[in-house]
Ligand binder design. Structure first.
Ligand code: KG4
Ligand code: ZN
Length: 338
C-alpha cells in the first residue's frame, strides 16, 4: 500500500511516499528554518504562508522522485494535530483535496505518533510492545506503546518540553535558532562539573518531569555572569545543561523499563538527536539488558516519512477520516482533546 504523507505542523513542509509502513520511496522536505532564524523562532503566520507556497510542488516532486503517478497512491495521510494551527491547516486542507481528487482514503496522523513511527522505518524488525521516550520541541513524555495504535502515557513534563529548554538556553547564549543542535555541539568540549544546575522531581508520579526550574536556573546563571562581567565558559555550561536534561530523562526511562518489563526502548523526536542523551541511554539500557532504538538524525526531526509509516497502522486499525477532518493545535497522543 503506497501512502502519500503530508507534514506541515511547524516549520518544515514535507511530503513522503511510504510503502506498507516501512519502505520510504521518497521523503521530500522544504525547510523554512533559515527564514525564521532572523526572528529567533518560528513566526506562525510566515510558516503557514510558506507551507501554502511549497506544498503542491513538493507533492508533485515526491511522485516524480518515486517514479509514480497519482494512480499509484492508495491513500493520503496527514498530520492533523498538534502544531501551529495555521500551519497544520495547510497540510490538512491539501491532504483532503488530494484524497478527494484521487478518490482514496484520508488518514489523520498525530504528529507524536509519527515521531514514534520513525523507529519503524529505521528498524524494520521493531514491533510493539515497547517503551518510547518522546523528546521533541513541544513534547516530552514516556509512552508505553502497547500496539501500533494503542498507547498509554506513563508520565511527562509538567511544564516546558526538553527541546523548548534547549532552544531557549541556546538563544540566550547567542546561538542561532533552533539552538538545540548548536548547544549539543558546544557541549562536546565542555566540563560538565564546572556549573551546578538543578534536577527537579515534581509531583507524585515518578515518571513526571519538569524543566522550567532548570531553564530558569540556566538563564539566571547567564544573566548573572553578564551583570558582574564574569566570562562564561559556554561549552562547560552547555555540557552541564545537557547532563541535567539527560539526568532528568534517562533514569525515568530506565525506571519505566523495569516497571513495564520491556526489553525494548525507542527514542523519538528532535531532541533524540542529542549526543549526550543518546550516549547515556545506550549505557543505561545496556545495564538493564535492553535493546535501544534511536532513529538516524535525519528521521529525528520533523519529516513526512514518519507520518506515512504511522498512517499505515492507523489505516489497518480503521482510523480514517472524511472531509470533515479538522486540524488541532493541541490533542493528546491518545486522540483526546486537551
Ligand atoms: O521533533 P522536532 O523536530 O519538532 C517538534 O515536533 O517539536 O524537534 C525540534 C527540537 C528543537 O527544539 C531542536 O532544538 C531540538 O529538537 N534538537 C536538539 C538537537 N537537535 C534538534 N536538541 C538537543 N540536541 C540536539 N542535537
Ligand atoms: Zn516534531
Amino acid at each position: 500500500m503506497n501512502i502519500l504523507a503530508v507534514e506541515s505542523s511547524c516549520d518544515e513542509t514535507a511530503v513522503a511516499i511510504v510503502r506498507d509502513g516501512r519502505t520510504v520511496l521518497t521523503d521530500q522536505i522544504a525547510s523554512q528554518v533559515e527564514l525564521h532564524r532572523i526572528y529567533g523562532g518560528v513566526v506562525p503566520e510566515i510558516a503557514s504562508r510558506k507551507h501554502i507556497e511549497a506544498i503542491y510542488a513538493l507533492a508533485d516532486q515526491a511522485l516524480e522522485k518515486a517514479e509514480l503517478t497519482r494512480k499509484d497512491i492508495d491513500a493520503v495521510a496527514v498530520t492533523y494535530a498538534p502544531g501551529l494551527i495555521g500551519a497544520v491547516l495547510v497540510g490538512v486542507n491539501f491532504a483532503k483535496a488530494a484524497a478527494m481528487a484521487i478518490g482514496k482514503p484520508l488518514i489523520p496522523v498525530h504528529h507524536i505518533r509519527g515521531h514514534i513511527a520513525a523507529n519503524y522505518i529505521a528498524y524494520p524488525e521493531l514491533k510493539p510492545p515497547f517503551l518510547c521516550l518522546v523528546v521533541s520541541g513541544g513534547h516530552t513524555m514516556l509512552v508505553d506503546v502497547q500496539d501500533y495504535t494503542k498507547m498509554e502515557i506513563l508520565g511527562g513534563t509538567l511544564d516546558d518540553a526538553a527541546g523548548e529548554c534547549f532552544d531557549k538556553v541556546a538563544r540566550v547564549l547567542g546561538m542561532p535558532y533552533p539552538g538545540g543542535a548548536a548547544l549539543d555541539k558546544a557541549a562536546a568540549s565542555g566540563d560538565e562539573t564546572k556549573y551546578v544546575l538543578p534536577r527537579s522531581k515534581p509531583g507524585a508520579n515518578p515518571y513526571d518531569m519538569s524543566f522550567s526550574g532548570l531553564k530558569t536556573a540556566s538563564l539566571n546563571l547567564i544573566h548573572h555572569a553578564e551583570q558582574v562581567g564574569e566570562e562564561l565558559d559556554i561549552p562547560s555550561l552547555c555540557a552541564a545543561f545537557s547532563s541535567a536534561v539527560s539526568d532528568t530523562l534517562v533514569p525515568r526511562a530506565m525506571m519505566a523499563l523495569e516497571k513495564t518489563g520491556y526489553k525494548k526502548l525507542a527514542v523519538a523526536g528532535g531532541v533524540a538527536a542529542n549526543s549526550r542523551i543518546r550516549r547515556d541511554i545506550t549505557e543505561a539500557a545496556a545495564k538493564l539488558g535492553a535493546e535501544v532504538y534511536m532513529p538516524p538524525l535525519s528521521l529525528c526531526g520533523d519529516n513526512a516519512a514518519m507520518i506515512g509509516s504511522q498512517a499505515y497502522y492507523e489505516y489497518l486499525s480503521g482510523n480514517t477520516a472524511d472531509m470533515s477532518l479538522n486540524a488541532y493545535a493541541t490533542k493528546s497522543i491518545l486522540g483526546e482533546a486537551l
